[in-house]
Design a protein around this ligand. Structure first.
Ligand code: AKB
Length: 315
């Protein structure tokens, strides 16, 4: 059995990744600065961990003799711009602590997500290639380039089996994302179902790469399990579907015909404008067989039914 330590276990992606990994027979040590939702405890042993605490990172990884780490703890793009020093501490120091402990305790494999935020205004915006110019302008984006470069350095220098995938905005109902620039694509469902209206913080024609959570979980597990000899790259673009708030509004009106959406762009517009509009993921397809399943209508149906059920069960 492979024992995986997951950081950021109470976050949007980990709360769905951990049960999926447990179902595949992995033993999970879930860690976060706050305790996980009740239902996660049945899938994992939980430990409090602040990834900026180098001693605690080192001692937990040593104590549990983990085979692999999935390091998800990170400050996202919008929150990072509001508090760059926090992002510097959590994203940069946290990464260093995890990689150094992995090397010391001979952890075999480390998967650390990157993001479309690793690209910047000089990157080709449409069908952004896997290997292209990366000059991000946000602290979050810079931290993701650091993830890729430092992880690849630990791979070539110390033989660590490092892997990374560049997530687009991830759409899910279980746990809300916090502090991202793509959060509008989740918030519109919550506000739309609960109040019938939504004020969007980017312009209606801002096209952004997105992905439904089931695709995100599949991509993560597929890359984690891909035979190492198949990997030429270590960091991969993964695409789902690109859409604008207006396109999402139109689709969502199939379920909420009276939905009212207003557009009031704020500081997050500038971040969105610096990112790709669509992603070329042919390298991931070639090296580990990636293929997304959710187009926009399927994503909207999945999200609407999951979230309606969740919100109903709360009443
Ligand atoms: C964000 O918006 O910051 C994240 C991301 C694209 O990495 N969802």
């Amino acid at each position: 059995m492979t024992r995986i330590l997951v950081t950021g276990s109470a976050g949007q992606i980990s709360t769905e990744l951990i049960p999926a990994l447990a179902e595949r027979g992995y033993e999970i040590i879930a860690t976060d600065i706050r305790p996980p939702p009740e239902d996660e405890l049945e899938f994992a042993e939980f430990q409090i961990l602040d990834v900026t605490d180098s001693q605690k990172v080192d001692s937990l990884i040593g104590k549990f003799s983990v085979d692999a780490i999935i390091h998800n703890a990170s400050i996202l793009s919008a929150k990072g711009e509001q508090d760059p020093l926090l992002a510097l501490n959590v994203n940069f120091r946290g990464l260093e602590n995890v990689l150094l402990a992995a090397k010391k305790h001979r952890v075999k494999k480390v998967l650390i997500p990157s993001s479309i935020a690793a690209f910047g205004p000089q990157t080709p915006k449409d069908h952004t290639p896997n290997d292209t110019i990366m000059r991000p302008t946000t602290i979050y984006g810079i931290s993701k380039v650091y993830v890729e470069l430092l992880g690849e350095y630990f791979h070539s220098k110390y033989g660590l089996d490092f892997r990374s995938l560049r997530y687009p905005g991830v759409i899910s109902a279980k746990t809300k994302p916090g502090g991202g620039t793509t959060d509008w694509a989740v918030e519109i469902f919550y506000e739309g179902i609960e109040t019938g209206s939504y004020t969007c913080f980017v312009k209606k024609d801002t096209i952004m790469p997105m992905m439904a959570m089931p695709d995100c979980i599949n991509a993560t597990i597929q890359l984690f399990e891909a035979p190492e000899e198949n990997l030429i790259h270590r960091s991969f673009n993964v695409a789902g579907v690109s859409f604008t708030p207006e396109m999402l509004e139109t689709e969502l009106k199939r379920h909420i015909p009276d939905l009212q959406v207003e557009y009031k762009p704020d500081f997050r517009q500038l971040i969105a404008d610096s990112w790709p509009r669509s992603i070329d993921d042919s390298v991931a397809r070639e090296e580990w067989g990636w293929k997304h399943e959710y187009d926009l209508p399927k994503l909207v149906d999945y999200m609407f039914s999951d979230l309606s059920m969740k919100l109903k069960s709360k009443v």
